[in-house]
Each structure stands twice: as structure tokens, then as C-alpha cells.
Write a protein that binds this ligand. Structure first.
Ligand SMILES: C[S@@+](CC[C@H](N)C(=O)[O-])C[C@H]1O[C@@H](n2cnc3c(N)ncnc32)[C@H](O)[C@@H]1O
Length: 277
């Protein structure tokens, strides 16, 4: 309702403060790129694919206001529960989280006017199937906007990892490491997922940022590395060689950090937008 805000009183409750830290720092850089380039329009039906703990779903819902309805779609039950806590604590009415996969979007053909995905979509299993679903649910002139990290991501780390594999006698594993590295794609390969399902590219914006860590030990022990990355790196190396390879990796990262004053890792990223013509 208009002027709702006049009767609101901020309440400093544990529940609200528990959900105050809105976005992982990692997600934030990509989300800011999305929020910078996305053109906002009234009366949209919006779907955030891979909405996780509610970012950018809730931020976007609030920036768009009451005339738009926003949905988040994610199979991750614990993350959806946290997103729902934020929805309740912030009192955002025009937003709903749905548990499910973008491989089968629970909307009718043409029901959505804008799909966004921050660090999702192009990284899912079966991306072609997911893009085809996006095309199906988009209305004519509907837009799909995603942000993603690109090939070249953390190249300083991957170069040191490659050397550590060589130095410990595991050059045969380098091809698998490169596969993990290039899984992220380029603006060209990601754009071809858009055009492959029938969308026309309407915008591509590239940017990059640097993350710095005191040394390799600080990087490898960061909670975020354990949450999102470590398992895939460990899976490359047979368990009996973990200690040798990862000790060498940490040593080499520490040496790189000592040479450069810190471990500085580059993250190239892109905002890519397509439209259903
Ligand atoms: C890297 S996280 C990004 C989360 C959030 N958008 C952010 O920026 O913090 C990717 C999200 O995609 C979700 N996901 C994975 N496969 C999916 C699928 N098939 N359909 C929808 N979401 C999926 C994951 O559960 C996770 O929440």
C-alpha cells in the first residue's frame, strides 16, 4: 500500500539482525554488476534462478517495488529457509521462494517478463536444458540477465596449482585441472547458450576485481574456499597424494604472496543479457 512506510517502526530484534548480513561478499561483486546494468521497469514478473539465500532476489524485489512480483527458484532447502527468514524479517510482500530446479521451471509458457541469475544458470548441470526452459517461460520481449565469472578466473592460483602438480609428479592431472578452470566459459561461449535457445543478445558488460589474501594458508583455510571450491580441487588428486600435493600448493602460494606483498587473485566477470524477440 502507498505510504506504508509512514507507519513502520524499525525494531532491533535478534531475528532481524540474524539476517542482516545480506549477501556473501563473493556474490556481492557480481550482484552489484547485475544491479548496475539491469534496466528496471514497472509491473514485471521476475524470476531469480539459483536465488540461494535470497540474493539478489530480495534486493531486486525491493528496488523494483510493489508493482512487480518476484520469485526465487532454488533446489537448496537450507538456503531457501534463510531466504524466507529474510522475507519475513524485512517485511517484503511481493516476493516468494519456490523449491525446485531450473531444469523444470514451474511456470506456464510466457509467464515471466524478466529472469535474472547471479552466479547460477550457465554453471548448472545441463545448461542447454535450463536455457530452453528460460526461453519457454519468458513472455515476448522478456529478458534474461545473468552474471558470471569467466575463464581466467583466479588464473594466478591455477598457475601455481599446475606447478605444484608438476613438482609432485602429477603432470597427468593438469588436463583435469584445466577442465575445471575452463568450465566457467567466455562471453562468447555463454552468449552462444542464449542464442542457442532463441534469445538475441541485448547487452554484454565485462569487468573484473581482485581478491587479496595475506598468503596461501589464509586463502586455503577461508570458510568460503571450503564451502565452494575445496572439494572439487581435492577430487582431482588421489587421496594418498593429498598431503604431498596440497603442502606443495600452499608453499608455492605462500612464496607467490611473499613476492607480491599478498596473494592477489583476479576475477574477470560479465553481465550478459538476452531478449526474446
Ligand atoms: C553460486 S550459488 C549463487 C547463489 C546466489 N544467487 C548468490 O548470488 O549468492 C548458485 C545457486 O544455484 C543453485 N542451483 C544449483 N542448481 C540449480 C538448478 N538446477 N536450478 C536452480 N538453482 C540451482 C544452488 O543451489 C545455489 O543456491
Amino acid at each position: 500500500m502507498a505510504l506504508d512506510f509512514l507507519s513502520c517502526k524499525f525494531e532491533d530484534t535478534p531475528a532481524l539482525i540474524n539476517t542482516f548480513d545480506e549477501a556473501p561478499l563473493w556474490s556481492a561483486s557480481f550482484g552489484l554488476l547485475l544491479l548496475k546494468h539491469l534496466e528496471l521497469r514497472p509491473c514485471l514478473t521476475v524470476l531469480d534462478i539459483g536465488s540461494g539465500a535470497g540474493f539478489p532476489l530480495l534486493e531486486l524485489a525491493q528496488r523494483l517495488g510493489d508493482s512487480c512480483t518476484c520469485y526465487g527458484l532454488d533446489p537448496w532447502a537450507n538456503a531457501n529457509a534463510r531466504a524466507n527468514e529474510k522475507i519475513a524479517n524485512y517485511g517484503v510482500k511481493q516476493v516468494k521462494v519456490i523449491e525446485g530446479s531450473a531444469a523444470q521451471i514451474p511456470f506456464a509458457d510466457g509467464a515471466v517478463s524478466l529472469i535474472v541469475s547471479n552466479l547460477g544458470l550457465n554453471n548448472f548441470d545441463e545448461p542447454e536444458k535450463v536455457f530452453a526452459e528460460c526461453y519457454r517461460v519468458l513472455a515476448p520481449n522478456g529478458r534474461l540477465a545473468l552474471t558470471t565469472n569467466l575463464n581466467g578466473h583466479w588464473h594466478e592460483f591455477y598457475e601455481v596449482f599446475e606447478t605444484a602438480l608438476q613438482e609432485t609428479g602429477h603432470s597427468n592431472l593438469i588436463a583435469k585441472l584445466k577442465e575445471q578452470q575452463t568450465h566457467r566459459g567466455s562471453t562468447e561461449s555463454i552468449s552462444s547458450l542464449f542464442t542457442g535457445c532463441g534469445l538475441s543478445i541485448s547487452a554484454v558488460h565485462k569487468d573484473e576485481f581482485t581478491m587479496q589474501f595475506l598468503d596461501g594458508a589464509a586463502f586455503l583455510n577461508h570458510y568460503f574456499i571450503k564451502l565452494g571450491w575445496l572439494a572439487s580441487w581435492l577430487s582431482l588428486v588421489p587421496q594418498e597424494h593429498h598431503i604431498a600435493v596440497f603442502t606443495k600448493l600452499e608453499e608455492n602460494l605462500n612464496a607467490l604472496a611473499a613476492r607480491n606483498g599478498a596473494l592477489k587473485l583476479t576475477v574477470p566477470m560479465a553481465y550478459i543479457e538476452g531478449v526474446k524477440g
